[in-house]
Design a protein around this ligand. Structure first.
Ligand SMILES: Cc1cc2nc3c(=O)[nH]c(=O)nc-3n(C[C@H](O)[C@H](O)[C@H](O)COP(=O)(O)OP(=O)(O)OC[C@H]3O[C@@H](n4cnc5c(N)ncnc54)[C@H](O)[C@@H]3O)c2cc1C
Length: 400
């Protein structure tokens, strides 16, 4: 008789490289599953019941690490670690179980948003390690609205808002490029709660206002949309349930010499506002270029048009293009990229160049074709360059 097929388990682990040994998790654990020695704080797989009481209080996010394993790592294994082990290859028989166990509402949303990358997305090598999944639908962070401002012209059909959320005493660490989940109140017609919607963080890691424990979102009101109307109608002081943070690949490189080409439409500008603010605050005089290609129908419909005009050229090179200005030819981001083909082709030969595309689903195709044309014209091969950039975490797509 064959031995019964073993199934993998999801083991809770603490990242020894990030943990600051404050032992808050150990105090929070109601069943004493967390312990420590002189070296590390560790989780006993035989005791942990996944109650998640330890996750939110952890100030660093080091607590939120998981591996699918056939045999759990022992306490002795964990005490000896200087870094977390990689996820083991569990073999073909178990990849289905693994995928099923890891799959959830948010990861499938993110996977769809990143599919335009054309392969498995990777984080830039110099990006900081993000905290993810600190708050969930059952345990959301409760933020308070500090402000809600329209950032497109009144009278245009496009109502886009800059919304600032304050987290008070709650720890909600984000990196530039990450998203948060918003839990809209109420239920669907079938009586089940509304799905969580994702929104990119539009402020730098140290807050919309520096060290104020707040963050900003850029939200477009969608006609008939559940969550965007809920958010766009929020008033100062209202409470909002927030989950996340989410996203571990669409992140900003820390390397100040990285050239960052940011290509967006509409609310796709949100993460790039965060990138720009990070460069301005943390890397003044950075040698790497920051280049923005931003498309809208008209200047009045381009989110942050006014503030963008004030960003100095030394910090960021801007290409704002419009497709519906009366008596002017239509111009899309890919058209302007072709005009700047020579400069872009030069950047594509550098392994310090990162490309980010964010905005409406489908925009990646036009941009991809423009990059292929630019390469062809300048003796390069986009079909060879793109997979190299993608594999090294230098080509990113987030479209929705
Ligand atoms: C990674 C990621 C980041 C994102 N970042 C941002 C961001 O920074 N800013 C931003 O504004 N958005 C962002 N989004 C999109 C956001 O998550 C929402 O999808 C968006 O706000 C619409 O949500 P909603 O609840 O308002 O609309 P929904 O209620 O989900 O409806 C979407 C559209 O479908 C229509 N619709 C719904 N039901 C029906 C039906 N039965 N028949 C016909 N039509 C229907 C609605 O009228 C609406 O136009 C992001 C998405 C992802 C995946």
């Amino acid at each position: 008789m064959n031995a019964p097929q073993k199934t993998p388990i999801k083991q809770h682990l603490i990242d020894p490289e990030i943990c600051i040994r404050c032992y808050t998790c150990e105090e929070m654990c109601p069943i004493d599953a967390i312990t420590h020695d002189d070296n590390n704080v560790v989780v006993d797989a035989a005791k942990c019941n996944y109650c998640m009481d330890c996750i939110a209080p952890c100030p660093t996010g080091s607590i939120d690490n998981w591996r699918m394993v056939m045999e759990p790592y022992s306490l002795q294994d964990q005490f000896s670690w200087d870094e977390l082990p990689e996820q083991q290859d569990l073999g073909e028989a178990d990849t289905g179980a693994l995928a099923e166990a890891m799959e959830d509402e948010i990861s499938s949303l993110l996977a769809r948003a990143h599919e335009g990358t054309g392969g498995k997305p990777a984080a830039p090598a110099s990006a900081d390690k993000p905290s993810i999944n600190l708050y969930s639908r059952t345990r959301p962070a409760v933020a308070r609205v500090q402000g809600n401002y329209r950032i497109t012209d009144e009278g245009t059909g496009s109502d886009v808002r800059h919304i600032i959320l304050s987290f008070g005493e709650q720890v909600f660490p984000v990196l530039e490029g990450q998203s948060v989940g918003i839990v809209p109140p109420g239920t669907k017609p079938d009586g089940r709660p509304h799905d969580i919607r994702l929104y990119s963080v539009a402020s730098a890691r140290d807050g919309e206002k520096r060290n104020a424990n707040n963050l900003a979102l850029t939200v477009k009101r969608e006609e008939g949309g559940v969550c965007s109307n809920y958010l766009c109608d929020l008033k100062k002081g209202d409470e909002v349930q927030v989950t996340g943070p989410f996203g571990g690949t669409f992140l900003m490189p820390n390397d100040p010499s990285a050239n960052i080409v940011m290509i967006c439409t509409g609310t796709g500008s949100a993460p790039f506002r965060a990138f720009t603010e990070r460069r301005r605050r943390a890397m003044p005089g950075a040698p790497g270029k920051l280049i923005l290609y931003f498309g809208a129908r008209t200047p009045g419909e381009l989110p942050y048009f006014g503030p963008l005009k004030k960003v100095p050229p030394a910090l960021m090179e801007q290409h704002l293009v419009y497709s519906r200005v009366p008596d002017s030819p239509k111009e899309y981001v890919q058209d302007r990229m072709r005009v700047n083909g020579e400069a872009l082709s030069g950047l594509l030969t550098s392994d310090r160049t990162h490309i980010y595309i964010c905005g409406l689903k489908g925009m990646e195709t036009g941009v991809d074709e423009a990059l292929a044309d630019i390469c062809r014209k300048h003796g390069l091969d986009w079909a060879t360059i793109k997979p190299v950039m993608r594999a090294s975490g230098r080509y990113h797509v987030e479209t929705y």
